[in-house]
Design a binder for this molecule. Structure first.
Ligand code: NAD
Ligand code: TYD
Length: 338
């Protein structure tokens, strides 16, 4: 019987992970600590909220008292920190909460883990900490050159976690995954924004020349890789998690429009994102050598994702008519209108 403290479990990857974990490991108990920011959504785990193995705690990872109380009362064996401010565009507009959650929040979790003891502390980082690479692939030993406030704070958070391994022997593992896609992703990120805009016959705002490249990882593959690393990873190590599905944004856009039989006239080239990283690409030899490889083919993952958004209009319509709308109004006013 393992007790997991999952932070940010009401967001995109966290909610997929909790569902995945409870299916794969029936003996696990999950405490989900989530602040329910604009990106946290209790609808994401509606299907398991009455599962006796699942417990939701409403709170902030920066709040030492809430975090310590969980450690005292629940005694988690494994901490997996998904909680973060995660959207680059928001970090460009207002980095404040990124600095709090993505750095200070990690510190609070590390301190509690050190004080009360854990078997594993998994810090979910990102491939964005490396910055952009025109050719070739980043290895775990490459220097970090984060270029957005988001990626810079993620780099700060993960290096702090590493320091707790070196200094205090805390059993830390750091993961750096590439761009995820799949069900329950907040529709501000490229793929869900473009699918839902296309379904609503709205414009798809493509930044710059649309040729920026990302390596797209289906969220379930990411979840599987994290669990795999808890079994096979080495404490103190950092692991890239990618799929090798490199795509230009324009290719993704065309694929979505073709699948939904929508016209390419919906594509609206807009001013580029500030400091826009051109390409992310990971060398995943280290993880592959442990025996793990992504299993979900990109086209199959995209079909699953598009069909999910088609069948769950109520989920995203509610989001897109709320806070999302305020963000987009100011986002476009500030950056993308002449
Ligand atoms: P998300 O924005 O969908 O969800 C973040 C969750 O964290 C939300 O539920 C939110 O309420 C919660 N949260 C935010 N601040 C909090 C705080 N102070 N205390 C408690 N909870 C808080 O993000 P996501 O896309 O699911 O990403 C999860 C993690 O994976 C993040 O750490 C992100 O950096 C990392 N990551 C994401 C991707 C990706 O493509 N989405 C790729 C690599 C790594
Ligand atoms: P995003 O999903 O925000 O992920 P990240 O910036 O963390 O990689 O964006 C993915 C790519 O899509 C990135 O190159 C920016 C681009 N993009 C657009 O062209 N238009 C949009 O409206 C958004 C949100 C992103």
């Amino acid at each position: 019987m393992t007790t997991y403290l999952i932070t940010g479990g009401s967001g995109f990857i966290g909610s997929n992970f909790i569902r995945y974990l409870l299916n794969k490991d029936p003996d696990s108990t999950v405490i989900n600590l989530d602040k329910l920011t604009y990106a946290g959504n209790q609808e994401n785990l509606r299907d398991i909220e009455n599962d006796s193995r699942y417990h939701f705690v409403y709170g902030d990872i920066c709040d030492e008292s809430v975090v310590n109380e969980i450690f005292v009362t629940q005694k988690p064996d494994i901490v997996i920190n998904f909680a973060a401010e995660s959207h680059v565009d928001r970090s460009i507009g207002k980095p404040d909460d990124f600095i709090k959650t993505d750095v200070f929040g990690v510190f609070v979790l590390l301190e509690a883990s050190k004080k009360y003891g854990v078997d594993f502390f998994i810090q979910i980082s990102t491939d964005e900490v490396y910055g952009s690479i025109d050719k070739g692939y980043f290895q775990e030993t490459d220097q970090l050159m984060p270029s957005s406030p988001y990626s810079a704070t993620k780099a700060g958070g993960e290096r702090l976690a590493f320091s707790y391994f070196v200094t205090y022997n805390l059993p830390v593992i750091i993961t750096r995954a590439s761009n995820n896609f799949g069900p329950y992703q907040y529709p501000e990120k490229l793929i869900p924004l473009f699918i839902t805009n296309a379904l609503e016959n709205k414009f798809l705002p493509l930044y710059g020349d649309g040729k920026n490249v990302r390596d797209w990882l289906f969220v379930e593959d990411h979840c599987e890789a994290i669990l795999y690393l808890i079994r096979k990873g080495t404490i103190g190590e950092t692991y890239n998690i990618g799929s090798g599905n490199e795509m230009q944004n324009i290719e993704i856009t065309n694929l979505i429009l073709e699948y939904l039989k929508k016209p390419s006239s919906l594509i609206k080239p807009v001013k580029d994102r500030l400091g826009h990283d051109r390409r992310y690409a990971l060398d995943c030899t280290k993880l592959h050598s442990l025996g793990w490889r992504s299993a979900v083919n990109f086209n199959k993952g995209m079909r699953t994702t598009i069909e999910w958004y088609k069948s769950n209009e109520e989920w995203w319509e509610k989001i897109k008519s709320g806070e999302f709308l305020d963000f987009y109004k100011s986002h476009y006013k500030l950056s993308y209108t002449s």
